[in-house]
Design a protein around this ligand. Structure first.
Ligand SMILES: Cc1ncc(COP(=O)(O)O)c(C=O)c1O
Length: 449
């Protein structure tokens, strides 16, 4: 079976340890084992553990506790996997046949785009677009901050705009052949959270053609939550984003401990779905990794105990709320070229820029010339954007951003010079940058085609 190159993960794997400033992480500073064990039984129990095979679908206690995160679910609704990525893999593998189609939210973490194309053969995009609340305008109507004057310069509150579901594109993408609608909510890379109307529109579209909804909710619990914007979730105290669970019969939730819980190294993910479907998916998991790892299963039981779970999510939100204003101060210093809608959740911010360079070329320049790793918009199916992770050490972040300043200043000076002088034919370096830009557009058109 052929499968598309997963550009985002491949480049991150190649370069994250090769740069001085890795700003491509999408989670928060991972927890230490001792923080996790703090207040738990005497850590001596850890030494006595026998590293046997764990229950293949996760221990009963763990599955019960995961179910509690979704209110009206029980342990038979849960399968534990190795990371959220395996949850997505198993869900798509188990649901899709050749000839099916999958409607995929764009921008997105494009694992599911690649899986849809591999297992079904076809993926159809529907979009989140930058839109003023109550309006129907697309991103183009806003232009860039300070460039078209559409959105007020310095509007780090988004100037009343948000990443909203483009319902027309959803309607176009969902056809009789659609077997799965994939949403990532809260969204990666924008940090957008769907509102109730938008969630209803997705359920209606799924019902219309009897499709499954696969909702990747791995960022749920990592809310910025300003001004009580996000409603309380039924049965779950705190400002957690609403889940798709319970809104429609044919829903599979995929999630895990990597993002909102700050525990990517445990590699614990899960699928929550109808018990019969979850049992069927277990038989696919039997051909893959068979079980989660024993130690991670034990640690995850501690994490998902409801009081501890809420304390861990509070830690994540604390980091996000402390760090985001520092990042936003930097963003404001580039109001002349940046457009920015604040994330509702996730330690990730996606920034549009108005400079004559494609996102992959900019990513390469920052990596090679400044030793800074960001994630280019093209890796999420969008154009001139970069995603910056802000969930780690904030001083480290600011030092990395200062390096980015140097490249942005060069690019701005170049733009000003080009505006003043007649165009010269491009030298070899500019030809290479242009080729990289074309490459990135080809990648994008593969996604948008
Ligand atoms: C939306 C989304 N789903 C799944 C994953 C993968 O999660 P995990 O590291 O738990 O496999 C990521 C990682 O960035 C992600 O952004």
């Amino acid at each position: 079976m052929r499968i598309d190159l997963f550009h985002m993960e491949r480049t991150q794997c190649l370069y994250e340890n090769a740069v001085e400033f890795n700003l491509s992480e999408s989670g928060v500073l991972p927890m230490q084992v001792q923080e996790l064990l703090d207040g738990a039984r005497d850590p001596g129990w850890l030494h006595a553990l026998r590293l046997k095979y764990p229950a293949s679908n996760g221990s009963e206690t763990l599955r019960e506790r995961i179910a509690l995160f979704y209110g009206n679910a029980g342990r038979d609704n849960v399968q534990v996997t190795n990371g959220g990525s395996e949850a997505n893999y198993v869900a798509f593998w188990g649901l899709l046949e050749k000839g099916d189609r999958v409607a995929v939210m764009i921008p997105n973490y494009l694992q599911t785009w690649g899986l849809a194309r591999a297992f079904a053969g076809h993926a159809d995009p529907f979009r989140l677009v930058e839109r003023r609340e109550g309006g129907r305008g697309s991103k183009r109507e806003f232009g860039r901050a300070g460039a078209s004057g559409g959105r007020p310069a310095g509007a780090s509150d988004g100037g009343g705009a948000r990443w909203a579901l483009d319902v027309d594109s959803l309607e176009r993408a969902v056809t009789k052949k659609t077997r799965v609608i994939l949403v990532t909510n809260p969204n990666n890379p924008t940090g957008a959270v769907l509102n109730e109307e938008e969630m209803d529109a997705i359920v209606r579209a799924a019902r219309r053609v009897n499709a499954w909804i696969v909702a990747d909710e791995v960022y749920r619990g990592a809310e910025v939550c300003r001004d009580g914007e996000i409603s309380r979730d039924a049965g779950v105290p705190g400002p957690t984003s609403p889940t798709f669970w319970g809104r429609y019969d044919k829903v599979l939730i995929t999630a895990g401990l990597s993002k909102a819980f700050g525990l990517p190294g445990l590699r614990i993910g899960w699928i929550v779905g109808p018990a019969k479907t979850v049992a069927r998916l277990c038989s696919y998991h039997d051909y893959l990794t068979l079980t989660p790892t024993y130690l991670s299963d034990r640690f995850a039981e501690i994490v998902m105990e409801p009081t501890r779970r809420e304390a861990i999510l509070a830690r994540t939100r604390g980091i996000i709320r402390r760090n985001l204003p520092r990042l936003e101060s930097w963003i404001r210093t580039h109001d002349d070229i940046f457009s920015y809608l604040p994330p509702r959740a996730g330690a990730i911010a996606t920034i549009g820029y108005n400079l004559p360079i494609g996102s992959v070329a900019l990513f390469d320049r920052l990596r090679l010339e400044r030793s800074v790793l960001v994630t280019p918009g093209a890796h999420f199916g969008i154009g001139r954007y970069i995603r910056i992770g802000y969930g780690y050490d904030v001083e480290y972040l600011l030092n990395g951003l200062a390096r980015i300043d140097e490249t942005l200043d060069e690019l701005k000076r170049g733009r000003a010079r080009r505006g003043a002088r007649p165009r010269r034919s491009p030298g070899p370096r500019r030809r290479r940058a242009a080729a990289a830009g074309r490459q990135s557009r080809r990648g994008l058109s593969r996604v948008t085609a």
